[in-house]
Write a protein that binds this ligand. Structure first.
Ligand SMILES: [Zn+2]
Ligand SMILES: [Zn+2]
Length: 318
């Protein structure tokens, strides 16, 4: 039995496996796919969960509580390719069930790609589950971004790159580390956590830098006034997001440029992944879950159902 509500619950062989739950229950086998806020438990005193050491460190830093990383012989952790430390979970009992969490099958500078696994039941995310979201090659978009930045730096200018503090920011800092990067404090702190796990990332924080420089920030909250003042002094702006494929994105985000860089699979990659897992049944969750389920049934002939609670607003930087 698979059910949505307090994360995703899988009951199999008399045991409760719970993926990305909000409230931790003592007799569940708890799994945390990655450290983005919408996948983390909110209330717990002590937590034993199956997760990567990187995810554990981020959860501890964000929730200020300690986590005991545990294991279970029926659960295999697999690379999800979404952000540093992200995992898919393959649970093997009377059925083989694969939970992808957020995942990406494109290899990037700081993450490896997720690969399909043969399973009976596939629970997959559907953030970009509509045919118009097909991403160009990651390397090509990054080299366009690099050209755009080089032009600005050559003229002693400044650029602000808007990116989610965990995931996209690390990809940008890893790819552009030869440029004069200055980081928002939250991003520098995230990089430092990853440096302890062997990642080679810069961590220079923004402290009144002289041009030329490239500032990486989410641009939100308390950072908005700083961004505004840099804009007034002629800084060029760019956002990095899969939603850059939407026609209105630049305008909505008030940026000069937008680059279609995502930590998720595009529509074509979601379908290809589902086909290669060869499951009998698919559950779609997050984003365009309904649309993707219909299209999977139509194009792959596999039984697919959406798991939808209430549609949440989608993150601008996915
Ligand atoms: Zn995520
Ligand atoms: Zn997510």
């Amino acid at each position: 039995m698979i059910q949505l509500g307090n994360g995703i619950l899988l009951e199999m062989d008399g045991c409760k496996f719970r993926f990305d739950s909000k409230r931790v229950q003592a007799d569940d086998v708890s799994m945390i796919s990655h450290a983005h806020m919408d996948h983390l438990p909110t209330s717990f005193k002590r937590l034993a969960a199956i997760c990567s050491p990187v995810t554990r460190d981020f959860v501890e830093a964000r929730r200020k509580k300690s986590i005991e990383a545990c294991s279970d012989p029926r659960v295999k952790m697999l690379e999800a390719g979404h952000i540093a430390g992200s995992n898919m979970f393959l649970v093997e009992g009377e059925n083989k069930v694969l939970y992808t969490g957020d995942f990406c099958t494109r290899e990037k500078e700081h993450t490896r790609a997720a690969s399909p696994q043969t399973c009976d039941v596939l629970i997959m995310e559907a953030t970009y589950g509509k045919p118009r979201y097909v991403f160009p090659a990651h390397g090509e978009v990054m080299s366009m971004a690099r050209d755009w930045l080089s032009d600005i730096l050559r003229r002693d200018g400044t650029a602000i790159l808007f990116a989610y503090p965990l995931g996209k920011s690390q990809e940008l800092t890893a790819t552009l580390r030869d440029m004069p990067l200055v980081l928002h404090q939250a991003i520098a702190e995230n990089n430092r956590i990853l440096m302890r796990h062997g990642y080679d990332l810069p961590d220079t924080e923004f402290v009144s830098p002289d041009p030329p420089f490239v500032y990486i920030t989410s641009g939100q909250g308390k950072d908005a006034p700083r961004v505004e003042s840099l804009r007034k002094h002629g800084a060029k702006t760019a956002a990095f997001s899969g939603w850059a494929l939407d026609r209105n994105f630049n305008h909505q985000m008030r940026v000069d440029e937008a680059f279609a860089i995502s930590d998720h699979c595009g529509y074509d990659e979601l379908l290809e992944f589902a086909r290669r897992c060869r499951p009998e049944e698919i559950f779609t969750t997050h984003g365009f879950a309904r649309e993707l389920a219909v299209l999977i049934k139509k194009t792959l002939g596999i039984d697919a159902q959406p798991m939808v609670a209430r549609q949440r607003t989608l993150d601008h930087f996915c």
